[in-house]
Write a protein that binds this ligand. Structure first.
Ligand SMILES: NC(=O)C1=CN([C@@H]2O[C@H](COP(=O)(O)OP(=O)(O)OC[C@H]3O[C@@H](n4cnc5c(N)ncnc54)[C@H](O)[C@@H]3O)[C@@H](O)[C@H]2O)C=CC1
Ligand SMILES: O=C(O)C1=N[C@H](C(=O)O)C[C@H](O)C1
Length: 267
């Protein structure tokens, strides 16, 4: 039988956080130890609307939370600034972070990796937990061996804070492993409206669409003489991310370093 894993969820009232609390609740070897919220500190989660029966403490201060919660794992689904603070604080308390929050800088990722390695404890930072999105990224990495020209279009709901999405950045990084940096388009092209050609990642272009009605979508378009290849993934709800969160919580318990992206775990 699996050992019970005690979990802190940061951002429990958010769109993803609510799903994560539900996942912990319905998984027999997971136990909710506490939550970190922007407000409601000092209350029980069961006193907060929508969380009947969950008698675990709510903290606003991550230090206080990790000192008292006796937790194994943090699931962070908050904002870039808070997510970074929560992850760092968890590592300082030897609590293993599983981070879905996007928008960390590469310097922050390097620092967190150093901390995890120094302590010899696991940490997973996953820009996308959906299996289809991971396959989209892997297929794009393969396609980049054969196509030099690629544009990424990511489409999200209009409440998203970061652009481009963490998934788009990770996709570009994976494509870059198999593609020489190259400026795309006409050498003399000029934007008559700034931003028309999107963000520039080693000459690849990334376009961010934000519209109400969308959840999380991305297409990767490759072009070559007389043909295009489009690789597309759509998440139609946030439950689509939860099997990846579950695998990450189970896997992080056995890691002794930081893993960025689920593609290596699912090999
Ligand atoms: N890796 C993945 O597969 C996915 C990642 N995400 C990422 O997850 C993050 C959250 O996304 P959503 O749930 O859509 O956002 P949301 O805005 O619905 O939720 C964010 C939550 O963070 C909380 N928060 C803000 N400041 C806080 C603080 N000081 N302490 C504790 N909690 C605080 C808010 O109260 C809110 O409940 C984003 O970075 C998003 O990009 C979203 C979907 C999938
Ligand atoms: O904010 C979101 O919603 C999502 N964020 C992640 C990202 O930035 O890639 C994952 C998914 O696309 C949904």
């Amino acid at each position: 039988m699996n050992k019970t894993i005690r979990i802190v969820v940061a951002g429990p009232r958010g769109r993803m956080g609510k799903e994560a609390v539900q996942l912990v609740k319905e998984t027999s070897h997971f136990e909710l130890a506490a939550v970190i919220d922007r407000k409601n500190g000092g209350k029980l989660l069961s006193d907060v609307e929508g969380f009947t029966g969950l008698d675990v403490p709510v903290y606003t201060d991550p230090q206080e939370c990790f000192q008292h919660a006796n937790a194994d794992v943090l699931i962070d689904l908050t904002t870039p600034e808070r997510g970074y603070l929560h992850t760092k604080t968890a590592l300082e308390h030897n609590v293993r972070p599983v981070v879905g929050t996007t928008g960390f800088s590469s310097e922050q990722l390097d620092e967190l990796k150093g901390m995890a390695e120094q302590r010899g404890i696991g940490c997973i930072i996953a820009p996308n937990f959906a299996i289809g999105a991971i396959l989209m990224m892997k297929f794009s990495e393969i396609a980049a061996k054969y196509f030099d020209d690629v544009e990424i279009i990511e489409l999200h709901h209009d409440q998203k804070l970061d652009a481009p999405s963490g998934t788009a950045i990770k996709t570009a990084e994976m494509i870059a492993k198999n593609r020489e940096a190259k400026k795309q388009g006409h050498e003399d092209e000029k934007e008559t409206i700034a931003g028309a050609r999107g963000a520039d990642f080693e000459g690849m272009r990334i376009h961010s669409v934000r519209l109400p009605g969308l959840i999380a979508h991305q297409q990767v378009l490759f072009g070559a003489g007389g043909q295009t290849l489009t690789i597309r993934h759509d998440s139609y709800n946030r439950a689509s991310f939860m099997s990846g969160v579950k695998v990450s919580v189970e896997t992080v318990m056995a890691l002794d370093t930081l893993v960025y992206g689920l593609e290596s775990i699912l090999d």
